[in-house]
Design a protein around this ligand. Sequence first.
Ligand SMILES: C[S@@+](CC[C@H](N)C(=O)[O-])C[C@H]1O[C@@H](n2cnc3c(N)ncnc32)[C@H](O)[C@@H]1O
Length: 358
Amino acid sequence: MSLPTHEHLSVQTIPNAGRGAIANHHIPAGTTILSSAEPAAHVIFRQYRKEVCAHCFEYDRGRTLPVRDSETGKVFSSDRCREAWLSEHGVLGNEAWRALHVFVQSKSKAIARSSGALPSSSMKPSREVVERAWSKAEEQVRLYTWSQPMDDASRPPPARASNRTQAKSLSQPWTKHVDPNILSYFLSGVLFRSLHPNHWQKDVLCLAMDEEPYRSTEDLAAHCNSFVQLCTIVPGPLLESCTADVCRTLINAGSHNAFGIRSGSDDGEEYAGYALYPSASYFNHSCTPNILKRRVGGSWEFVTARDVDESEECCITYLGGDEKHLTVSERRARLSETWGFECICGRCLFEAGSGVMI
Ligand SMILES: C[S@@+](CC[C@H](N)C(=O)[O-])C[C@H]1O[C@@H](n2cnc3c(N)ncnc32)[C@H](O)[C@@H]1O
């Protein structure tokens, strides 16, 4: 695994903030220092599925977009976006999205009843509980795979699987609750892993990982169930990429690195989903950022907000526009709640240490 290098930026260690993006040289205001590639994984939340373009993420104030692919359920801003999306995902990708669409449609009544959410406790699961849940999910996948007609003689048999255990496994709760948002996020990442194995290895596996990403035991169960369900849905050639390791990486990386898919470029009101952009994930947060980000289609551009000195850290803001005016303690509380860190940017250190109300 290697860290990315850019014309304007190097990735370096930042005291108490992991790694960050440092300017290689003086950069004048208004310079585009980075354009991200397409996301490695993303989700457009189900309630926005008719309003956000699956290719360029355009959202037009709730307008239903004009081009719809009835087989995958995706909508697009234009035929061009649809064509680009189809060629990007290839035959296998199309087949997988079609299969997911059929599965979700078949569960739509149950999804509507539960509104996609499990009743939630506030208990964060311990690491031991997390490991146990994922081992169980992997076992369920093995049992399911074993119960299917063999089209692949190389599949390993599950350990100690009696017919009774198999039958029991197949009637487990993982078949009942369906979360289309998690399924969609997983599938996009599994496809990326399958279509771009080098980028997965080089770019995704280097990201900062959240080792405790689950908000509650129900949240953990929803992710494990989605993994099992996805294994029963995806076409055979994708199974190699549809593993617990891949899905867990997607969760752990997404938790610390994902960008919101919002209306407008930066501070939009509607939160319609999120996406993982590995090359753009080395920008730390500052409450007085020197870098502005703007969405260009399905990617992001990063532009210097002012002159940046050689060796200065380049930072964006993780806060929304309306959050800039909060006090230091309010900003820190938001960042801690959403991102899990105590902000040590210059503004926070100054305000926290200078008698400004905290
Ligand atoms: C998108 S990543 C940024 C790159 C990351 N530092 C790395 O090593 O890959 C976000 C994580 O960086 C750290 N971070 C970013 N901004 C920070 C700040 N202002 N203060 C402290 N930690 C910060 C937090 O751990 C946060 O979860």
